[in-house]
Design a protein around this ligand. Sequence first.
Ligand SMILES: [Zn+2]
Length: 357
Amino acid sequence: MANWISFARDKSDKPLVSAMNGGTVEESLNSDSKDNLIGFLKRFSGAGTFLVAKPDGSDSEVEAVELLPQSDSSASDDTNGTPDATWFQFFRNGDGQPIVIAMKDTNEVEFYKGNLRQALIDFLVRHSGANTFQIAPASISIPQGIPEWKPRTPTPTPPKPSGHRVILEIGHGPGVPFDPGAIAHDNKTTEHELNIIAANAARNVLVAAGVNCTVIDTPGSLRILGLKASGFDVFCSVHHNALRKGQNTAQRSEAFSHATKGEKPDQELASMISAEMSKTLGLIDGGAKQANLGVLSGAEDTNVRAAVLAEVYFIDFVGGTVKGKSFPKPDLKTSSSHGGEAIGRAIVDWLKKNPRK
Ligand SMILES: [Zn+2]
């Protein structure tokens, strides 16, 4: 498979374009037709870069792809006026970089400096009235002072806004006094720190799916925090679990809805979050549970469509056997980040299943 393209002049000064695999010629095009060149370039999609051989140099064969780090200046729009060139001339710059100049008869229109095959195709296509190309002989120096054409840098397409809004509440934290939540197996990391990691990871997944997401970490009574769910589709309070006093081992993911105010949508979301977290972290699926949690009681008194509390995993578990299965001591930050992403995915899935009416 060719991995780069070489542009050279043959003995009769016609362009000789070669698809190269390292130092070996795979196939050549001996033509000055732009259409033939574009067809040739498109066939070798594995060749990311191109090079203009040293003019009249006998050592051009030794050049190989190692000499071709992908190089390009950054994006700009097409601002050089009408792309009205009639032909192209290929040069090799002093630094070895190709320079392709779009020419209108004997005048330079604009140039592309870079070695990317796809950018070259775009540049050739851009001047639709140009039909031929030449490799400049050594005797011609590269013209200066002409406008540069820069390829567009492909930007990732932003997600389509889903129209849904999610609020994530970071469990514990600010207040008087500050509430760190549980303490992890390292006797140092607090649940609050891990809740921040998980909530931000969930938010990243939601935002990437086009869901509007708000994360709060504010002081206030549990009821006041829950009331902030007003106007949102989903409220999720993000927590991590810890062993109860006297309990010596437990490791699972689970999620809660409110025991009396929670309804089917809340339970469905809790179940989906628990399943996705446990699958992602390789833990036991504790499933959808119900409890009289103050924060959910507040949320259920708003128009929010689903309100849950997630417990990602047990942060003070030191490794061992639970229900006949052995689980490692959790790597705290990694587990919380992956568990948070799982919360985000589960909420995205729930919103797809339950679009706003
Ligand atoms: Zn907690």
